[in-house]
Design a protein around this ligand. Structure first.
Ligand SMILES: Cc1cc2nc3c(=O)[nH]c(=O)nc-3n(C[C@H](O)[C@H](O)[C@H](O)COP(=O)(O)OP(=O)(O)OC[C@H]3O[C@@H](n4cnc5c(N)ncnc54)[C@H](O)[C@@H]3O)c2cc1C
Length: 457
């Protein structure tokens, strides 16, 4: 519980508004996409860096836990207030401050929805590539804090590749500026990189300087259908080694395809075991040539059918199945544990074989799909709690992570650690790295108020 005295001080900072105290209001800030629920004691919705700084000073002085919240689409419990305390919601800080067309830079507040930034820069013929599949609702602040990836990652990289600098408020209330508005900057330690992916444990990001690109002229999509995963995996390697880098190179395995078939009804050719969804962008004449090369490569490697979509309407048809995966998976079971391992591209078939064996051992369906181009696989352990023991599913997760690390992969390519993966962190980074991370955390947040119970205990 937070004393009335402290609540009054916070209300003074917020000039009486945007401090939410009722249970009904606090409930709206108690969960995220992991469906965990923890009730905060208080919610504040600041509109300025100054307000955030003052609130954090009060929280540090009184050792009150603080949880930073964007749109709550996180998949590892990052913004969930597991120790109560204060939730700072950033949705009111949603201004696109500047789109600098001369220098191809955008300056935004953290609560800007990623899709709103896409739309605004595209109106000016510019392009902000990071596109997590949640882009229509997630925030730029959440993307920075998670170093979000997305479907365009293979060609364009992840959020880190577009963040030039930040303004951030430390737990003590101090305001720091990192990086710069320039494309190059090596002045001192790279604190921008440190804050990217820090999952709300080090500071509140209050302003973001982003690099933009010119908007590509055209996009073409191919959907290629295979009778087995090895042919599809081989196709991925062949396309990349032919020196064509698609924007997107997504795959869906046979369990995922069965779910989509049940959900959307008979949309795939009979005998489809694995699908690759490949998108190219660039100058029209160049990608027309390249798409033909990609289609030929797919057929040479065993695709028994390829559909090519050249305009937005046709592309939307091919993409519909990909964007239906989440609801489609719930055809099998009402719950899922969603992991996002990443492995070197060449071992995708091997890790998928091992995951299927683990699924058979524990009698669990494990549909897999994801970004084949960069080896980032979404592994979904489907659960029916009425018939299934969650402990067995956790054993399956543990074995999947052990196999991933044995194949030189990582346990999370984009969703982060949060509270759901704490126990696996040491498995990958080791004790000494965790010690250094904890020391860094202490420097940024001496009272340990920010995101207690996340990343490490
Ligand atoms: C359907 C679906 C699809 C998804 N697809 C992808 C995908 O393709 N790629 C991907 O990378 N992720 C994906 N995600 C996960 C999620 O959308 C991303 O991690 C996203 O970046 C979270 O943004 P958010 O605004 O919802 O942040 P939140 O969930 O609110 O917060 C996430 C973390 O960031 C911290 N945080 C938020 N704002 C700030 C700030 N201003 N300063 C400091 N810390 C802050 C929070 O404390 C928390 O630890 C998906 C999620 C869903 C539900």
């Amino acid at each position: 519980m937070i004393s009335n005295d402290i609540v009054d001080k916070i209300k003074d900072v917020m000039r009486g508004a945007n401090v939410l105290e009722s249970k009904e209001e606090r409930l709206c800030y108690s969960y995220d996409a992991t469906r965990q629920e923890f009730l905060p004691d208080l919610v504040v919705r600041p509109a300025s860096t100054y307000e955030i700084s003052e609130i954090l000073k009060i929280a540090t002085a009184n050792s009150i836990p603080v949880y930073i919240r964007g749109a709550a689409t996180g998949l590892t419990g990052g913004c969930v207030p597991i120790k109560g305390g204060i939730v700072i919601s950033l949705t009111r800080m949603n201004r696109i401050i500047e789109i600098d067309e001369k220098n191809l830079i955008a300056v935004v507040e953290p609560g800007v929805i990623t899709y709103d930034l896409h739309r605004e820069v595209e109106k000016k013929g510019l392009f902000y590539p990071p596109d997590p599949a949640s882009f229509q609702i997630c925030t730029i602040g959440g993307n920075i804090a998670e170093n979000a990836g997305g479907l365009r990652g293979l060609k364009y990289g992840v959020t880190r590749d577009y963040c030039l600098g930040l303004e951030a408020v430390l737990a003590t209330g101090e305001i720091i500026n990192t990086g710069s508005r320039t494309l190059k900057c090596v002045t001192g330690f790279d604190l921008t990189s440190l804050l990217i992916g820090s999952e709300g444990t080090l500071a509140v990001i209050t302003r973001v300087f982003l690099k933009l690109l010119p908007l590509p002229e055209k996009k073409i999509t191919v959907s290629a259908y295979f009778r087995n995963i090895d042919d599809a995996a081989n196709t991925v390697s062949e396309i990349i080694s032919s020196k064509i880098i698609p924007v997107t190179l997504e795959f869906m395995d046979n369990d995922t395809i069965r779910c989509i078939e049940q959900y959307l009804k008979n949309i795939y050719p009979e005998g489809t075991d694995t699908i690759l969804l490949i998108e190219l962008d660039g100058k029209a004449e160049v990608i027309e040539r390249e798409i033909e090369q990609v289609r030929k490569t797919c057929e040479k490697c065993g695709a028994f059918f390829c559909a090519v979509a050249r305009d937005d309407k046709e592309r939307a048809i091919l993409w519909k199945a990909r964007s239906s995966i989440s609801p489609a998976l719930y055809q099998i079971a009402p719950k899922k544990i969603n992991e996002d391992i990443c492995v070197p591209r060449s071992v995708i078939p091997e890790i998928l074989r091992r995951i299927k064996k683990i699924g058979e051992k524990y009698k669990l369906p494990i549909p897999c799909f994801g970004h084949a181009g960069d080896g980032n696989l979404h592994v979904n352990i489907m659960l029916d709690p009425a018939v299934y023991n969650i402990k067995e599913a956790e054993k399956a997760v543990n074995e999947i992570f052990e196999n991933t690390l044995e194949l030189h992969g990582t346990i999370t390519g984009e969703h982060g650690i949060g509270n759901t993966k704490i126990k696996y962190l040491e498995m990958e980074v080791g004790h000494d790295s965790i010690r250094i991370m904890k020391e860094i955390k202490k420097t940024f947040d001496p009272a340990g108020i920010l995101n207690q119970g996340k990343m490490f205990e």
